[in-house]
Design a protein around this ligand. Structure first.
Ligand code: SAM
Ligand code: SF4
Length: 317
């Protein structure tokens, strides 16, 4: 279905939980999140009904996210049921990878088509620092588990943080030569919990190109990233610049949070509740969300915070 600005909305990001086994500094508080009452969260059946409603309006691509989707007890079942919804041709998952050694094969059998793995640094101390409680070995084991399970076109997402990992741009990009993976550099977005980062942390994606003089432009793949490739690489390098050069004009997505709030725009406070609605009412609410999608979000910068009024773990990225 098209929104009022003529954008074809065909992509739903479904957050299945706000909880996470890491505590990335730009994403969520050190103390974790207050567990909301069970009744406040979408049930598995409601999630599937929402996917069906979205598919009936033209959504073909689903991304399962969180919080950390793999900490959700029934994640394999959610993925398997979502993959069977008529009209859904892609079920992707975004994960920190830590639980992939246990779950990668099951997710692939359940019909998950692609995996994105978040990895901001290849240095064990820095990984522990940025995730507050994580271990680099766990994330790398997750990458290997995804490769072993036969996932192709794996994407590694790295949030660019000035003074933290800008010195690792070349090393992270090198992963595209070592493994059959794409690497995406994403600009740090100013959310509630990224306030601890000063202006120097918000560096534009153009910094990546400055550090990779051999990267040559590559053909676009229909996503929001501008693509490049290193000589001899197996995968591409992508630049995602929501802050320095937003892509609202071609935005094709809506988001559904784990507590059932449809978000027409990531950086707007507007939310439409789906919790407890019948399938027909859900479809109607989703149609409204698509129609009410704003043309663009307000400017973002180190001093202009997102108006989302939630942290990323409560939206899904
Ligand atoms: N836990 C999973 C993971 O980390 O991949 C999925 C949820 S996480 C919220 C989704 C993506 O959002 C991750 O790639 C993460 O790095 C990114 N993210 C979180 N907070 C961000 C911020 N303030 N700016 C840019 N990206 C952010
Ligand atoms: Fe958890 Fe992902 Fe947020 Fe890190 S970015 S705290 S892994 S939800």
């Amino acid at each position: 279905m098209k929104d009022q600005y003529g954008r074809e909305i065909n992509y739903l990001r479904l957050s299945v939980t706000e909880l996470c086994n890491l505590r990335c500094r730009y994403c969520m508080p050190e103390t974790g999140v207050c567990k909301k009452p069970h009744e406040a969260m979408l049930t598995e059946d409601e999630m599937i009904a929402a996917v069906e409603a979205a598919a009936s309006l033209g959504v073909t691509k689903l991304r399962i996210t969180g919080g950390e989707p793999l900490v959700k007890r029934n994640i394999v079942s959610i993925c398997a049921r979502a993959a069977r919804v008529p009209g859904i041709s892609e079920v992707c998952i975004t994960t920190n990878g830590v639980l992939l050694p246990k779950l990668a094969k099951g997710l692939r059998s359940a019909g998950v088509t692609r995996v994105n793995l978040s990895l901001d640094t290849l240095n064990a101390d820095k990984y522990a620092r940025i995730t507050r409680i994580g271990q680099l070995d766990g994330a790398l084991a997750g990458l290997h588990a995804a490769l072993d399970a036969g996932f192709d076109k794996i994407k590694i997402n790295a949030v660019l943080i000035g003074g933290f990992n800008d010195d690792e741009i070349a090393d992270l990009a090198e992963l595209t030569r070592t493994y059959p993976v794409d690497v995406r550099f994403i600009e740090l977005m100013p959310m509630v919990d990224s306030r601890e980062f000063g202006p120097e942390a918000f560096i534009p994606c153009t910094e990546v190109l400055r550090r990779l003089p051999d990267a040559a432009p590559a053909a676009p793949d229909g996503g929001v990233a501008r693509l490049y490739r290193l000589p001899g690489a197996q995968g591409s390098i992508g630049l995602i610049s929501p802050v320095s050069d937003h892509f609202c004009a071609s935005c094709n997505r809506i988001r559904l949070t784990a507590d059932g709030k449809l978000k027409p725009c990531l950086h707007s406070a507007e939310e439409i509740s789906l919790k407890g609605l019948s399938p027909e009412a859900m479809r109607e609410a989703m149609r409204r969300a698509i129609l009410e999608k704003p043309s663009c979000h307000a400017a973002l910068s180190a001093t202009q915070h997102s108006r989302a009024a939630r942290n990323m773990n409560q939206i899904g990225g």
